[in-house]
Ligand binder design. Structure first.
Ligand code: G4P
Length: 314
């Protein structure tokens, strides 16, 4: 089951970005360091095309440090792009951001030509937390429900450096199934939008392949060979006493436990994708999407011809 998620207010956000982007020198896209590819916004890429981009990998304290290094190198290799990794405890995020933006747009600066920066990010990526820390006070509401940031605001980071925050978020379409699961596991997708068990099974699958020792240590599983995501979820339910009346395993509860353990770092610092993995998923997703579009166009054409033939025979 692929996860589709498109809250209505995203249309408004899109318009707001379109209007704001004209006077912007650098676009900051906040990405979750645990899932940078999946937490990127595909629509943003078209909206901000051509603008220098700073990728801020947030929550690095939760991500696998080696993978964060790989993602930073991946972005820093791109023309017109710089990347930094931060977390809520980073001592001087403003300094890091200002320096990176100056590298990206060296012709801006001074009160006559202030640097104008737009910050964007999907829900829960840590945007409000960063902005609060930049402002030095708790002025932006943070929360665990998707899309808390509602109104545009401007933060003056230096006399010649303005940071504009976009209201809301954008997510037009998740064409990569893995991205949907990773976003759900991270908490970026609202609680109503996904099925815990499916997400937990995908998460277990990934952990079995890439972080087996974390999984084994947390749930005291001696050997993963011969296990599947489903048998591991069963084992977690038994180990954590998630049993319903009648002795049946409570797999919903077990799924919640795995997701909670991932989000709370009980499984350790884990990243759900590498640049290479994400590229592979994206290529497959794009191809599938193109095939779907072709099929849809062919069906539409066939219906049109059938209507025409019927009209002629009448
Ligand atoms: P948003 O504006 O992008 O929607 O995200 P927000 O700042 O509200 O952050 C979403 C959640 O992520 C918050 O947790 C926040 O504390 C947490 N968070 C933000 N930055 C970091 C970070 O660098 N490291 C870690 N580990 N967590 C971070 P919450 O539980 O939803 O709310 P709260 O009670 O902690 O405020």
């Amino acid at each position: 089951m692929a996860i589709q998620w498109f809250p209505g207010h995203m249309h408004l956000t899109r318009k707001a970005i379109e209007e704001r982007i004209k006077g912007i020198d650098v676009v900051i896209e906040m990405l979750d360091a645990r899932l940078p590819g999946s937490s990127a916004n595909p629509m943003l890429a078209t909206l901000v095309a051509g603008k220098p981009a700073l990728k801020v990998l947030s929550k690095q304290d939760m991500a696998d440090p080696d993978r964060t290094t790989a993602w930073l190198a991946h972005y820093n290799d791109m023309p017109g792009v710089r990347a930094i990794a931060i977390d809520a405890s980073t001592p001087a995020p403003a300094k890091m951001i200002i320096e990176a933006c100056q590298q990206l747009a060296p012709n801006r600066g001074g009160v006559d030509k202030p640097m104008r920066v737009l910050i964007c990010g999907i829900p829960n990526v840590g945007k409000s937390t960063l902005i609060n820390s930049l402002k030095g006070k708790r002025a932006v509401k943070t929360g665990d429900e998707a899309g808390v940031t509602k109104q545009e605001q401007r933060v003056t980071l230096a006399p010649d450096f303005y940071l504009y925050d976009t209201p809301g978020v954008l997510w037009p379409r998740i064409i990569v199934a893995e991205s949907g699961y990773n976003l759900a596991a991270s908490g970026a997708i609202g609680v109503a939008a996904f099925d815990d068990e499916t997400v937990a099974l995908e998460l277990i699958n990934y952990l079995m392949a890439h972080y087996p020792t974390a999984l084994q240590a947390r749930y005291k599983i001696d050997d993963l060979s011969g296990e599947t995501d489903e048998t591991v979820l069963d084992a977690i339910a038994r180990y954590r006493g998630a049993i319903q009346s009648g002795g049946r395993l409570n797999l919903t509860k077990a799924a919640e436990i795995v997701i909670y353990d991932f989000r709370s770092l009980a499984l350790g610092r884990i990243s759900l994708e590498t640049p290479e993995q994400f590229q592979t998923w994206l290529a497959a997703g794009v191809q599938l999407d193109a095939e779907r579009a072709l099929k849809k166009a062919a069906t539409k054409q066939a219906k049109k011809q059938a209507r025409k033939a019927k009209h002629q025979s009448d």
